[in-house]
Ligand binder design. Sequence first.
Ligand code: PTJ
Length: 256
Amino acid sequence: MDIHVPKDHPRYQSISVREKLIEMVESKVVAPAGLIAHGRGEAFDYLCGEDTPKPAYRAIEAAAACLLTAKHPVLSINGNAAALCPEDLVTLSQLSGAPMEVNLFYRTVEREKAIAEVLYKAGAKEVLGVGDEASDSIPEIGSERRRIDPRGIGSADVVFVPLEDGDRTEGLVGMGKTVITIDLNPLSRTARKANISIVDNIIRVIPLLNEAVEKLKDRKREELEKITADFSNQHNLRASLDFIADQLHSFSFEGE
Ligand code: PTJ
């Protein structure tokens, strides 16, 4: 379906993003459940005032420092992430030296190829995790959802998994990997299980993360390690929840 959204519509950006995701479901990049996940994210984005909550800046700095000090960082890319900000993810991969791996909850070879294609079009030189390349597995996770690439997530010390499901986050942490996530829902299992959770919209986060990586890349290793060590995910999630609660308390219908 091709709908025209007038540019002066107050919700132009939000509607355009929805349309993009619907289009990407048709090309198999986004799973049908990705639309539901997006709606869930939108609800939390409203609660955040559709702007980056203050605590997210701290988490972004810690994530940048963690990626820069990792021995073998990997960016795990799913359908929603590839549809929402492919170019910015390719830039993050180049700036941080972390290869990208297609890693899906609803895994089919057709979708893996469609997502890799989106990333190649956005400028990626290599995309891991497609087809038989994903020959390793996350222990204790059933079926196709457990598959990972031994050259990528399989041998990574730090894995960046935006918009991930709780089970696999827990599985990766159980394998001894440091997990960085982006999730608008500070109460999600992923946000609580990850080592660094950035509570904000992926569309705003990746450009900010790229800036943070650029800013920190020449700092001494000890300084970067201190930034990561000083970060408490539990504390930051609490601050994100407080931010949302304050937003709700300060909201007023006066003048409407
Ligand atoms: O492409 P696949 O097969 O790997 O599937 C991807 C989805 C997202 C469908 C799959 O991982 C899934 O079902 O995820 P969940 O369990 O619905 O979790 C997605 C989380 O991402 C939810 O907590 C949402 O609040 C959050 N979210 C959705 N959109 C955004 C977001 N967080 C940040 N930015 C967004 N734009």
